[in-house]
Design a protein around this ligand. Structure first.
Ligand code: BEZ
Ligand code: FE
Length: 293
């Protein structure tokens, strides 16, 4: 393996993988090397460009810590996260579609009863969310767990604000269970569009590409129930200006819903409300887990 040139280097690297005992790793690395070399040939990558890419990836690593995952953000804005989500979560027709998880889910959110206000003081116009969890046959899924999380009216998730005494206050996130009829209902705040974190190397890359960092207004959900496949998804707000240019390519038409505005009066919880408010109605249809079918 000497005197390799631009015509023979790819074969030599591929041959070096032949001793790998992990068949899947060999398959993945073989394809990666083939595509990487083909890419460098395709664009005739210069040494300066190669080094700029090394500097960029180094910066992505430097800004990444246990609170900020710039590599996932990079994957998101390149559409890789949505591609991996789509090819691993194909659902039968009629089931609610999945979309990207995003970096702002946290374990250990507060548990609530139906009807509770999960905003817990997050700023935003009141919004009453209601729906059912059903299976593909239209049967209610009782006692399903609904985890919801969203940004406030300034576009910030609770985890993005500095913690007091190291303890984050959970705002506009929580979990609850569907009732015997598969119904859930809670109060939160109106979802608004917000930019993904763009003060780091991924933001600089978007700027260089002439792309904006905005996501259309959405509410995140994770729905789990025994015997059903876990659903990780969002509901997007109809009419949002970013629906067709989501920075992370996560929008699916079936996930777009109307947030209906209402004047002050009697809210869906039966209490008087002095400000305008919104309602969102959305049903989730789960796929029965494959083993259980
Ligand atoms: C989110 O929706 O929370 C999100 C998804 C991908 C990147 C950044 C944020
Ligand atoms: Fe989000």
């Amino acid at each position: 393996m000497r005197n390799l040139n631009e015509d023979t280097i790819t074969q030599a690297v591929l041959a070096s993988l032949s001793g790998c005992g992990d068949a899947r790793l060999r398959t993945v690395m073989t394809s990666l090397v083939q595509h990487l070399h083909a890419f460098a040939r395709d664009v005739k990558l210069s040494e300066d460009e190669w080094f700029a890419a090394i500097r960029f990836l180094t910066a992505v690593g430097h800004i990444t810590d246990d609170k900020r995952q710039e590599f996932i953000l990079l994957s998101d804005v390149l559409g890789l996260s949505m591609l991996v989500t789509a090819q691993n979560n194909a659902k039968p027709a009629g089931c609610t579609e999945s979309t990207v998880f995003g970096p702002f889910y946290v374990e250990g959110s507060p548990g609530y009863e139906n009807g509770a206000d999960i905003s817990n003081g997050a700023q935003g116009q009141p919004c009453f969310v209601r729906g059912r969890v059903l299976d593909l046959a239209g049967m209610p899924v009782p006692h399903a767990s609904i985890e919801a999380w969203q940004a406030d009216e300034c576009g910030h998730y609770d985890v993005q604000t500095p913690a007091c005494d190291g303890e984050h206050v959970h705002r506009a996130r929580g979990h609850l269970r569907t009732d015997d009829d598969g119904r859930f209902w809670f109060r939160s705040i109106l979802a608004e569009p917000y930019p993904i974190p763009h003060d780091g190397p991924v933001g600089a890359m978007l700027e260089a590409l002439g792309r904006h960092p905005w996501r259309p207004a959405h509410l995140h959900f994770m729905v789990t129930a025994p015997g059903c496949e876990t659903l990780i998804t969002h509901v997007f707000r109809n009419g949002d200006r970013y629906l067709d240019s989501d920075a992370v390519f996560g929008v699916r038409s079936t996930l777009v819903a109307d947030w209906v505005p209402h004047p002050p009066g009697i809210a869906p919880d039966g209490k008087p409300i002095e400000t305008p408010y919104y309602t969102l109605d959305f049903d989730f249809v789960l796929s029965r887990a494959r083993e259980a079918q």
